[in-house]
Design a protein around this ligand. Structure first.
Ligand code: FAD
Ligand code: SF4
Length: 514
């Protein structure tokens, strides 16, 4: 071979220009790496999803006539790091040229850049050819001029001609349909929740490897893996979403319920994030499928639903990637100086707070929680309780099947913990139990009382919310978007404030036994 081309686990893009031509002098390598198992503690389904998808991709490449080497944990056992493995392969196959696709994580970019700079072979880096925005540092996409996500999203819609008329105006005459979305679920609605579409991927061999190599994984898995691990499954998941879920996606985007445990964990969400982040399917393909479904059946699919979905992918997903790459020190931010440790029940779900129990329990069971559970249940609790953002980041990065640092970190450290001081969001997403009560039925089955504020059985979030505002009044008190909340706080009598602070202190002191 003349050239060795490395394909990382989240670079499974079969439409990449690399694969347009077959070459007998190019060897592709896809490898299960030991270093990728130790930078954080992963959910077992996350590791399995990557291992299965990587193997399927290697098989598909070989079947298409490419030379592809798929290495398992057994094969790479002797190599602690990726550079050690590449050096061995380059020596073994006597290749002079090495190519890789730009990694999406800073950690891997640094590792491969340094390695190539110090090596004697020649090398090239290619784009992954996956995202809408190719160059995250291009002048056109700089975020530091203070533009919000909404501003960015509109620009994206126009630039890539998504749901816009030829004159640049939005289809439906509005850019944002949030007002029509975001209902809670009635009992009737709960009866109509469709079953999630689950696959039955064989995991016997990768599971044996995980056990044999004693990987430090956590979480649950059944006999098969339900996540899509090849193109056929990713496309089938999107087809199912468009037919059964997209019609009510917008309406119930923020809803939560603990009824019907086998159905409620993903509601009307697509569950396409793993396939997208592993690049098995492209954002363009996902968006085009959703728009085609809408065009074919406007009676069933409201524009508000379609717009809500498009906004997540062309808006939020591309936006957080720019935030990640345009802020080098993002992972060091701790604007609110949060110091507390993550309570043990984040690893067991064993808490009397029903909202946390549900969100954590299903995350352990499925390696999945939807956006509002991540932001307004677990995230909100950590924000109000002042958990150190590094511990919060580590938990999110490990537990979710779709968690890769470029997308996890801005969402967790930025959007949910406000640790970036406002790069992602103009104000913290802080809420009392009232919000959860409005959007879910969790409070009905909770040990704590959501209507109580400062009693011993009062919802812990109610007092923590005011404690959060009070302890950060120096940093947040000047924020224009927080004025209403501070006004409400100042309107309380001294006695009410004292009782709330006392209850919050009690909650924080007993945080492990909530
Ligand atoms: P749907 O609700 O069906 O949305 C469709 C797609 O839109 C998703 O697959 C995803 O690709 C994209 N999307 C939606 N919201 C966001 C967002 N805020 N940022 C980026 N993309 C978005 N998403 C990840 O992919 N990986 C993560 O590690 C991750 N960590 C998160 C941590 C926190 C604290 C929060 C609040 C959100 C996080 N998200 C993350 C965003 C979002 O919660 C998930 O993308 C979504 O829940 C995945 O499920 P789904 O495919 O069913 O999404
Ligand atoms: Fe969560 Fe409070 Fe509702 Fe219990 S009462 S489910 S702790 S919001």
């Amino acid at each position: 071979y003349k050239t060795l081309r490395l394909i990382l686990g989240d670079q499974l893009n079969s439409s990449h220009s690399w694969f347009r031509e077959k070459s007998d002098t190019t060897l592709y390598v896809i490898a299960e790496l030991h270093q990728e198992q130790t930078y954080c503690r992963h959910h077992i389904q996350k590791v399995l999803a990557f291992f299965c998808a990587m193997e399927n991709f290697a098989v598909a490449l070989s079947e298409a006539g490419h030379h592809c080497l798929h290495l398992t944990l057994d094969d790479t056992d002797a190599y602690k790091t990726l550079p050690e493995l590449i050096t061995a392969l380059i020596g073994h196959f006597k290749v002079a040229h090495f190519e890789y696709q730009q990694p999406d994580e800073r950690r891997l970019v640094q590792q491969l850049d340094c390695y190539c700079a110090e090596s004697s072979f020649t090398s090239d880096v290619a784009s992954t050819q996956h995202f809408y925005v190719e160059d995250t540092t291009a002048a056109e996409w700089q975020l530091n001029s203070g533009g919000t996500m909404e501003h960015f999203y509109r620009k994206m819609r126009k630039r890539f001609n998504v749901l816009v008329h030829p004159d640049g105006k939005p289809i439906g005459d509005k850019w944002n349909f949030d007002h029509d979305n975001r209902n809670s679920l009635s009992a009737d609605d709960i009866d109509q929740i469709p079953k999630p579409k689950l696959f039955r991927n064989d995991i016997e061999q990768p599971l044996a490897r995980i056990r044999n190599h004693k990987l430090d994984v956590f979480g649950e898995v059944g006999n098969t893996l339900s996540w899509p691990t090849n193109r056929k499954q990713a496309r089938a998941l999107m087809d199912y979403f468009c037919e059964h879920l997209l019609p009510r996606f917008g309406q119930f985007q923020d809803a939560m319920t603990d009824q019907k445990p086998a159905l409620q964990w993903s509601l009307y969400h697509s569950r396409i994030s793993f396939a997208l982040n592993a690049k098995i399917i492209s954002p363009k393909e996902v968006i085009n499928k959703a728009i085609a479904a809408y065009d074919a059946d406007k009676k069933s699919i409201p524009l508000a639903s379609l717009e809500g979905f498009v906004r997540q992918i062309i808006g939020w997903r591309e936006y957080v990637r720019l935030v990640y790459w345009q802020n080098n020190d993002y992972g060091d931010h701790n604007y609110l100086r949060a110091q507390r440790s993550l309570p043990e029940y984040f690893w067991t779900g064993n808490t009397k707070m029903n909202c946390l129990k549900q969100a954590i329990g299903q995350s352990l069971e499925y390696a999945y929680a939807h956006h509002i559970q991540r932001l307004m249940v677990t995230g909100n609790f950590c924000l109000l309780a002042g958990i150190h953002p590094q511990e919060v980041d580590d938990w999110y990065l490990g537990i979710y099947v779709d968690a890769i640092e470029w997308v996890e970190q801005p969402n967790t450290r930025g959007m949910s913990q406000f640790a970036d001081g406002g790069i992602m969001a103009t104000k913290p997403y802080a809420a009392s139990g009232n919000y959860i009560h409005k959007m879910s039925d969790y409070c009905k089955n909770c040990h704590y009382k959501v209507k109580q504020k400062d009693s011993d059985d009062a919802c812990p979030l109610n007092s923590l919310y005011w404690h959060f505002l009070d302890r950060h009044k120096k940093t947040l008190g000047e924020n224009q978007r927080m004025q209403l909340m501070y006004k409400q706080w100042h309107r309380k009598t001294e006695g009410e404030q004292k009782a709330l602070m006392k209850r919050a202190e009690q909650v924080l002191q007993n945080i492990e036994s909530l």
